[in-house]
Design a protein around this ligand. Structure first.
Ligand SMILES: [Zn+2]
Length: 107
């Protein structure tokens, strides 16, 4: 078993959510190399997705997200995901622990 740090949502569901948010937020690169996205500074998209794609209690999940620094949709991707990943040491996917690809979002 991996140590999954979130209590209200399981890993696979969270990854699905992140993928959905990733496209919903239109995460993209600008010509100058910086990353931009459309965030309305709410958790509307996150809540909507949870309510439509899971049987989880969205209030509980959002409460945990906020606790972990996810106060809007993009912060779920940025902050909550980094918490989730930090703990995922036994997550022996394609992550070698060399440089630990630290340039933010990658799926
Ligand atoms: Zn945001």
């Amino acid at each position: 078993m991996t140590t999954w740090p979130l209590e209200t949502i399981d890993e696979n569901t969270f990854i699905d959510l992140c993928n959905a948010l990733d496209s919903a937020l239109h995460l993209r690169q600008l010509p100058d190399g910086s990353t931009t996205w459309d965030c309305d500074h709410t958790l509307t998209k996150t809540r909507w997705w949870i309510e439509h794609h899971t049987s989880l209690n969205a209030d509980h999940v959002l409460e945990e997200f906020r606790y972990l620094g996810g106060f809007c949709d993009c912060e779920v991707l940025l902050n909550v995901m980094s918490v989730a990943r930090e703990d995922g040491e036994e997550y022996e996917d394609e992550e070698d622990d060399e440089e630990g690809a630290s340039d933010g979002l990658h799926f």
